[in-house]
Design a protein around this ligand. Structure first.
Ligand code: NAD
Ligand code: UD1
Length: 340
């Protein structure tokens, strides 16, 4: 297994995964329509790796364009990151989310099949557990009720891929359920580049720290957690990227259908995250307590033992590296990717 099709490769997790793929001796072919990213991220990946990465600016829903790419390159496996991911926006624009995330995946599966490639890693999310029945969450924890269209697409696409694999066991399908990816490549060259006001905690903290926003709103301090604020399993994006390389090895062992949590197994509260950021980077983050955010849950962290046992993968970076590298990226690129 050598050449990997990376859909959504210009995005946050995709760009970091490209670096780890090349570090591990793989080649990539990237397709991305740049709806939520910038070509500059790929130039930066080339700078880090020294590789020239074939890139096609296409929409994965464009069957003909995707077919042309697959005619041109012999692909051994696909890592499918492409998709829309903003929870609040998905509530306002449900059809766009269902259209984009579902149709792009259907088109991709069809075209991979037509080109005799039956190996795929899919970006799923801890959101499929809903309000989890078991903490720490194992892969056996039943899926829960998703409260938004974004989460529904992840949960439904998991089912689609499971059915495809059940119908044709030549398929190898790895579903990776990401917890909360943060951080950036230690070089500071690539990182998360949110459009507009960030929805997620860490990019909001770094934008307050860099002076773009006056203060952080902490969404609720009356949850049943040690300090009342929400607890999450933050994972360094470089560790998550390495998780994809480990999953590729499972594909090449003909793993059939496999599902893995991608987290550290440690839960941190919002106040602990603010505290770690301040302690490590020496910057105060002004904040005030706000009402709870609709759809939020109190606590979400995983048991990552299955990925360790079966993939030989576990997160290596701790919270200090996560907040250090998030800040290093933001400080070095206060306006994100500006050169394109
Ligand atoms: P991102 O928005 O940075 O990357 C997604 C990429 O897909 C973008 O470059 C975008 O331009 C591209 N894209 C979207 N629709 C496309 C289409 N139809 N055709 C071609 N390209 C398209 O997001 P990310 O944070 O890197 O997330 C990658 C994947 O992981 C997504 O599927 C996301 O839902 C999933 N995920 C992310 C998180 C997270 O916290 N970042 C958590 C769980 C799951
Ligand atoms: C959110 C999404 C989830 C998605 C995940 C990763 C919602 C309801 N859920 O989860 O579907 O899979 O991102 O992309 O949006 N917080 C603040 N102030 C802020 C931002 C966040 O206090 O300005 C708190 C939240 O209440 C939460 C924690 O920080 O307790 C983490 O929030 P966030 O980064 O948005 O991730 P999730 O809520 O886990």
């Amino acid at each position: 297994m050598k050449t990997i099709l990376v859909t959504g490769g210009a995005g946050y997790i995709g760009s970091h995964t490209l670096v780890e793929l090349y570090n591990s001796g793989y080649n990539a072919v990237v397709v991305d329509n740049l709806v939520n990213s910038n070509k500059e991220s790929l130039h930066r990946v080339e700078q880090i790796t020294g590789a020239k990465i074939p890139f096609y600016e296409i929409d994965v829903r464009d069957s003909k364009a995707l077919c042309d790419v697959l005619d041109k390159h012999q692909i051994d496996a696909c890592i499918h990151f492409a998709g829309l991911k903003a929870v609040g926006e998905s509530v306002e624009m449900p059809l766009e989310y269902y259209q984009n995330n579902m149709v792009s995946t259907f088109t991709l599966i069809e075209q991979l099949m037509n080109h005799n490639c039956k190996n795929i890693i899919f970006s799923s999310s801890a959101t499929v557990y809903g309000n989890p029945e078991i903490i720490p969450i194992t892969e056996e924890c039943p899926k829960g009720k998703c409260t938004n269209p974004y989460g529904q697409t992840k949960s439904m696409l998991e089912e689609v891929l499971m059915d495809v694999q059940k119908a044709d066991t030549a398929w190898n399908v790895v579903l990776l359920r990401y917890f909360n990816p943060i951080g950036a490549h230690p070089s500071g060259l690539i990182g998360e580049n949110p459009n507009g006001i960030p929805n997620n905690l860490m990019p909001y903290i770094t934008q307050v720290a860099v002076g773009k926003r006056p203060e952080l709103g902490v969404f609720g301090n009356d949850y049943p957690t040690p300090d009342g604020t929400g607890v999450r399993d933050y994972i360094h994006v470089v560790d998550l990227a390495r998780g994809h390389v480990a999953a590729l090895k499972a594909l090449s062992r003909n793993c059939g259908l496999s599902i893995y949590n991608m987290g550290t197994g440690n839960g941190y509260s919002v106040l602990q995250m603010i505290d770690a950021f301040t302690r490590v980077n020496g910057i105060l983050v002004p904040y005030s307590i706000k009402p709870r955010r609709a759809g939020d849950i109190a606590t979400c962290y995983c048991n990552p033992a299955k990925a360790k046992a079966e993939l030989g993968w576990e997160a290596e970076y701790g919270i200090e590296e996560m907040v250090r590298d998030s800040w290093n990226w933001q400080r070095s690129n206060p306006e994100g990717y500006t050169t394109e």
